[in-house]
Structure formats: structure tokens, C-alpha cells
Design a protein around this ligand. Structure first.
Ligand SMILES: Cc1cc2nc3c(=O)[nH]c(=O)nc-3n(C[C@H](O)[C@H](O)[C@H](O)COP(=O)(O)OP(=O)(O)OC[C@H]3O[C@@H](n4cnc5c(N)ncnc54)[C@H](O)[C@@H]3O)c2cc1C
Ligand SMILES: NC(=O)C1=CN([C@@H]2O[C@H](COP(=O)(O)OP(=O)(O)OC[C@H]3O[C@@H](n4cnc5c(N)ncnc54)[C@H](OP(=O)(O)O)[C@@H]3O)[C@@H](O)[C@H]2O)C=CC1
Length: 478
């Protein structure tokens, strides 16, 4: 069959995916190679890009995510709304669902992820995952008639929903001994829990406590680890997430610790589900709710075929090296779809977050541009230090380095300063050096912590004074 010109295209750089990783990659290519032909192929006509970049520290930024129709994108690269179906890496071309063949010189896969449901990827209408606007609209529709909702999971989405849902009974099932375990330790979880309970009460005399603990004194969190792009920051503010229960009644979520879903049975006419929970002590409990939100992580999205096998990691991500190269020649990958397969720097590890999608996308763009000009680039400095800026339970949160002692074994100490309903500051120290920090309710220390982690200054001589509220450590270490 002869392809019509519209059925066949050619470009130097082909980027697949209109999420933050794909758009950052295309933008960075457009900067490095302004005269090259760059094509962004995306399945959804709504694309995401980063805007309002505000520095929180030297290497740490917060930003907004802007949603745009592809037709409104600037002219620095071309766009095509279609779905990647097959990669022929030996011929350097791909085929789309609509049958378009695109020849490329360099390809970058930024196809993101989909919710990893606890029950597998089957289509039970009463078990939903949250990823894009469509999935939130589905949640919104279900909430309108719902009185009881179950949230399963203990990461970002579960924490946001448990805090944001209104006029509905929330049953929050977590397998850990504390909430929000993906991000925080038991102490911070307790801080959030108290703050949730005392939401409107003003404490006139906050008591500040400083505690130094050996690692073994706390329960560590073991470090593990037709789709539109993932939602943007504060996505819940643009949707009314109210159930059908009595208005304006503040209900706290009921939390089921150390529990898991044993079985789910649908009621007739999809009127709800009967859930049997299994608690850690071996006991069972039965609950009825309208539906379940499975906020149980992300599965990299690789629903396309390839002539040669791509190398995948055990979490389903496409393995990439420090230049974001996959195992296939001239094929790169970035964002949620990939798994960092390079020896990680001392203070960095991968988490599927906007910041890293943006950083990886930009890195892939620079790396592809360099390959095309036979130049050498080095890995960006951002991969030296893990940093995440977010909001949890209404508090600003900054996470730096190995903020939960990830990968430090049992050989570290933590120093905590906590002021009820105000701030929770944690330093993770190893051999007197700062290895990670968790700053809740107070971002002012972010830059100092960044410096202390990267410089590896010995803090032993300062003892507990480094968190003494009467000593301004920003001045101390300037
Ligand atoms: C509800 C929610 C809240 C979040 N909140 C935060 C937060 O507060 N902070 C934070 O740091 N991170 C947050 N995240 C995570 C963050 O959104 C993701 O890590 C990030 O958006 C990943 O970007 P990406 O570009 O890799 O993937 P995606 O945003 O998933 O984009 C993938 C793109 O690829 C396209 N695509 C997929 N398959 C194909 C194909 N075959 N052909 C063509 N196109 C295809 C899709 O249409 C999409 O445009 C949140 C995620 C969710 C779901
Ligand atoms: N504020 C922020 O930064 C936000 C970030 N996000 C990001 O969006 C993505 C999706 O969020 P989310 O779905 O919450 O994913 P997360 O990876 O944040 O959390 C998933 C949680 O579910 C738990 N879990 C996994 N499988 C099961 C299971 N079968 N039964 C019970 N619990 C299970 C995980 O435990 P374990 O880790 O022990 O496997 C973990 O606590 C993530 O990349 C997240 O980082 C989302 C919302 C807000």
C-alpha cells in the first residue's frame, strides 16, 4: 500500500506524550536545536506544561502545571494528536493508531503512567483510580449520590482525598501503622493527625519540643517503591469533591491502620460494595460503601509494541541510563514511564513526581540534541539531590535528600523540632552530616538544608542547637 503524504511524516526528533515530561523534552529540544524538526505526538489533545516556576531554594522549585489545547502551543515544535501503536526501532519509524507512519532520527517515549489498581486492571465500575480529568469527573459523578467511600492506599492521592473530600464518610484503609507513609514518618503523620482533629482550634501557646532519636526509636517506612496526562497541582481545588451527605459537617476520615482488602463483593445493580478488611492481627471486619478509590500507585504506560524488546525494570518502567537512553539505539524515555537505571547519586532517588518528570524530560531533550550534534553533555545537577515541594493536609511540605532515611540502613539519627499545629522539622543525620530533611509548615530552612546536605558539613559540634528555634541557623551557616 502506498501511503498518502498525510499518512507518512518525517522529523528529526519525535517525542511521544503530552504530559510534563514530553512537553519539557520538546521544549528543551526547541531551545537546543531551534532549527530542527520536532514533532510531539500525543494521544490527548490537552497537553501539560510547567509555568510560574518559583525557586524555593537554589535547586528546588515549586511551579504550576498549565493545561492547554495542543493547537494553542507555541510554534517551536509541531504536534500531532494520535496514539503510538508500534515502534520499528531498526527502521527508525513508528506507526500510530490512525495508521500514520512517522520516520524519526531520535525518539523519546514520555507516555506516563496509569493508576495501578489493587484488584488488577479489570473494569469494575465501583473500583476507580485517579489520574486525569476524566477520572476525576467519574469520581465527582459517583460522589453526588454517595454517602460512604473507601480509599485504599497511603500515598499522595489517598492523603489528598482524605483531607479534601466533604460531606461524606471516608473509610481510609492503610497497610502501614501511620498515614501518608509514602512521604512522611510516624511523627509527622501524628502531627497531621492532630492538626486534622484540631482543625479550627487556635492554640495560643504552642509548645516546641526538640527530640533526638536513634533510628530504631521510630518506625521506618521501608523504601520501595485512552490516557490523558496526569492532573496538575491543587487539582482538587478545581473540582467540587462533595458527597451526598449532610452539608458543612466536618467529618474526619475513619482510618483503618495495618489493614488490607481481603475481598470485595458487588451489591445488586451496582448499588455499592461489601468489603471484607483483614487487619494485621488476623481479624476481619466487614463494611459497606458506595465505591472504592484505589490510590495504590502508578503503572508505567507502555501499551505499544516494538520490533526489539525494550528493557523494563521490575516496576514496569522502561530502564534508562543517566542520559535517559533506553537499550534501543536512538530511543530515549523520560517521566513516569521510565525507571532510573543508573547508579543514583548519594542524595537522590526516583519518585514518580512532576519535578522529576520535568527534570527527566529536559534532560532527555538535551541529551538527544547533543547526540544529534555528536556533542557530549553531562547529567544535570538536579539529579544530585532529591527535592519535592508539595502541600499535605493544608501544610506546605519540603522533602530533601533521604528525608525518611531511605537507603541509610539503621545507621542514622533523627533530630525533630515540632510545634503543634505549626511546624514539624526533621533532620536526618548520619555521622554528624545532614543526609535528608523534612520541612512541614516552614519552608524557610529549605536552602540552608540544601547547602548542608550537599556540602556535607560536620554538624556534630552544634549538637541539638541546629534545630534550636532561638538560633537562626540560616545565618549560622551562611
Ligand atoms: C491526582 C494526582 C495528583 C498528583 N499530584 C502531584 C503533586 O502534587 N506533586 C507531584 O510532584 N506530582 C504529582 N502527581 C504525579 C505527577 O502528576 C506525575 O508524576 C507527572 O505528571 C508525570 O508526567 P509524565 O509526563 O511522565 O506523564 P503523564 O502526565 O501521564 O503524561 C503522559 C502523556 O502521554 C500520553 N500518551 C500515553 N500513551 C500514549 C500513546 N501510546 N501515544 C501517544 N500519547 C500517549 C498521554 O496522553 C499523556 O499526554 C500527581 C498525580 C496524580 C494522578
Ligand atoms: N502531593 C504529591 O506530591 C502527590 C503526588 N502524587 C503522585 O501521583 C502518583 C499516584 O499517587 P498514588 O496512587 O497515591 O501513589 P503513591 O505511590 O504515592 O502511593 C501508593 C500507596 O499505595 C500503597 N499500596 C500499593 N499497593 C497496595 C495494595 N495492593 N493495597 C494497599 N496499599 C497499596 C503503597 O504502599 P507501598 O509504598 O508500601 O507499596 C503506597 O502507600 C504517585 O507517583 C504520587 O507520588 C499524587 C498525589 C499527590
Amino acid at each position: 500500500m502506498r501511503l498518502s503524504p498525510r499518512m507518512s511524516r518525517e522529523c528529526e526528533f519525535l517525542v511521544i506524550g503530552g504530559g510534563i515530561a514530553g512537553v519539557s523534552c520538546a521544549e528543551s529540544l526547541a531551545i537546543c536545536r531551534p532549527n530542527a524538526s520536532i514533532l510531539l505526538l500525543t494521544e490527548s489533545s490537552i497537553v501539560k506544561s510547567v509555568t510560574n516556576l518559583v525557586p524555593v531554594a537554589r535547586y528546588l522549585h515549586k511551579f504550576d502545571v498549565r493545561e492547554q489545547d495542543v493547537s494553542e502551543m507555541g510554534a517551536s515544535f509541531e504536534t500531532l494528536v494520535d496514539q503510538l501503536e508500534h515502534i520499528s526501532s531498526s527502521e527508525h519509524c513508528i506507526r500510530t493508531k490512525a495508521g500514520v507512519k512517522v520516520k524519526y532520527r531520535y525518539l523519546c517515549l514520555c507516555t506516563g503512567g496509569t493508576p495501578k489498581l489493587f484488584c488488577g486492571q479489570g473494569a469494575d465500575p465501583l473500583i476507580i483510580g485517579i489520574r486525569d480529568t476524566d477520572s476525576v469527573l467519574q469520581l465527582q459523578r459517583k460522589l453526588r449520590t454517595a454517602k460512604d467511600i473507601m480509599i485504599l492506599g497511603n500515598g499522595g492521592i489517598a492523603s489528598e482525598l482524605a483531607y479534601e473530600l466533604k460531606n461524606i464518610n471516608v473509610h481510609w484503609v492503610v497497610k502501614d501503622a501511620h498515614i501518608s507513609a509514602t512521604f512522611v514518618d510516624p511523627g509527622a503523620a501524628e502531627f497531621f493527625h492532630i492538626a486534622m482533629n484540631e482543625l479550627k482550634e487556635q492554640d495560643s501557646s504552642p509548645v516546641t519540643a526538640i527530640k533526638r532519636m536513634r533510628y530504631s526509636a521510630v518506625l521506618p517506612k521501608e523504601q520501595t517503591n485512552n490516557h490523558a496526562a496526569a492532573l496538575g497541582p491543587d487539582w482538587h481545588r478545581t473540582f467540587d469533591l462533595s458527597g451526598s451527605g449532610e452539608r458543612e459537617v466536618k467529618r474526619l476520615p475513619k482510618i483503618y491502620y495495618k489493614s488490607r482488602i481481603h475481598s470485595v463483593q458487588d451489591l445488586d445493580d451496582h448499588a455499592g460494595v461489601i468489603v471484607k478488611l483483614e487487619h494485621e492481627d488476623g481479624s476481619f471486619e466487614q463494611l459497606t460503601c458506595d465505591f472504592i478509590v484505589s490510590a495504590t500507585g502508578v503503572l508505567p504506560n507502555t501499551h505499544y509494541t516494538c520490533d526489539s524488546p525494550l528493557q523494563f525494570s521490575s516496576d514496569g518502567g522502561i530502564c534508562v541510563d543517566e542520559m535517559m537512553r533506553t537499550n534501543l539505539v536512538d530511543v530515549f524515555a523520560a517521566g513516569d514511564v521510565c525507571t532510573a537505571n543508573w547508579p543514583a547519586a548519594m542524595h537522590w532517588f526516583q519518585m514518580r513526581l512532576w519535578t522529576q518528570a520535568r527534570q527527566m524530560g529536559s534532560m532527555a531533550g538535551r541529551s538527544m540534541a547533543a547526540a544529534s550534534e555528536v556533542e557530549c553533555v553531562y547529567q544535570d545537577f538536579c539529579f544530585e539531590l532529591f527535592g519535592h515541594v508539595t502541600t499535605l493536609f493544608g501544610y506546605p511540605v519540603v522533602l530533601l535528600g533521604r528525608f525518611n532515611g531511605q537507603g541509610l540502613g539503621r545507621d542514622y539519627e533523627i533530630l525533630v523540632r515540632c510545634t503543634r499545629n505549626k511546624e514539624y522539622i526533621k533532620f536526618v543525620l548520619q555521622n554528624g552530616r545532614l543526609r535528608g530533611a523534612m520541612l512541614i509548615g516552614n519552608n524557610d530552612l529549605a536552602e540552608t538544608c540544601e547547602n548542608l546536605i550537599l556540602n556535607g558539613i560536620d554538624l556534630e559540634p552544634y549538637g541539638d542547637d541546629i534545630l534550636n528555634p532561638d538560633i537562626d541557623i540560616e545565618d549560622y551557616f551562611d
